[in-house]
Design a protein. Structure first.
Length: 246
């Protein structure tokens, strides 16, 4: 990105890794130079193995809601109900046992408002269960003994450091990292976060009337409050200003 202090890259990289050989992901930010070598601004290192085996399930952040299709389609190869079943098995808990707007996990029962999950048709029953399971996952820290907060879907902000300037932050990079086992079903297509391309539009602003405008001038003969008001506006800057008739 040319001549920017806060560029938006919107780029996704897909990399195959093996643990423990490829456990450290290194991100480096460079200043591109037309002549000579590019200059290293800073770097950040991410311990992937630590995230992969974390009890907080840091492999892929939990989405706020479950969408089976569309732009925000659930991208984890495991559905919420499968994740919940796996956590129950690992924690040696009974369940999950699904009911109408209710799930029981071990000795803990979770209930949700009827307005929160609406079954539009009988075919929506499975989606309803996935939404219930996801809601329990967001409250997994309430499970006694084995429960803990699970990592939510979020944008991660990491500091950049230059080895030649130890301890001095050189800026930040915003990103998120998803990790999916190769022996699992392929995840959904990567989310398109590329910057939107400009498109041309015609903008029309209709000034119909004004009301309760403070009038500061007085009529010369009658002393009545009056003023010769008009409206002007611009979009790009004062150079493209347009005004109503005076």
């Amino acid at each position: 990105v040319s001549k920017q202090l806060n560029p938006v890259f919107g780029k996704c990289f897909e990399i195959e890794a093996s643990f423990p050989q490829d456990s450290l992901l290194t991100l480096q930010l460079y200043d591109w130079d037309l002549l000579g070598s590019d200059d290293l601004i800073g770097e950040s290192k991410i311990d992937l193995e630590n995230r992969f085996y974390s009890k907080h399930r840091a492999t892929s952040g939990l989405a706020t809601k479950y969408d089976p299709c569309g732009y925000n389609k659930w991208r984890d190869p495991m559905k919420p109900s499968q994740i919940l079943t796996k956590l129950c098995k690992e924690g040696k808990l009974d369940g999950p046992q699904f009911g109408y707007n209710r799930i029981r996990v071990g000795d803990r029962a979770f209930s949700f408002n009827k307005e929160q999950f609406v079954l539009e048709s009988p075919t929506a029953h499975k989606i309803h269960e996935e939404k219930l399971a996801l809601a329990v996952l967001h409250h997994w820290d309430q499970i006694p003994k084995v429960g803990c907060p699970l990592v939510p879907e979020h944008i991660e902000t990491r500091a950049l450091y230059n080895p030649d300037k130890p301890g001095i932050e050189q800026g930040k990079v915003e990103l998120w990292v998803d990790m999916f086992p190769m022996d699992m079903p392929l995840p959904t297509l990567q989310v398109d976060i590329s910057p939107r391309k400009p498109s041309n539009w015609e903008l029309r602003v209709i000034i119909w009337n004004t009301d309760e405008v403070v009038l500061e001038d007085d009529a010369f003969f009658t002393g009545e409050k009056m003023s010769d008001i008009y409206v002007k506006g611009w979009l790009k800057g004062p150079e493209d200003v347009q005004s109503t008739d005076v």
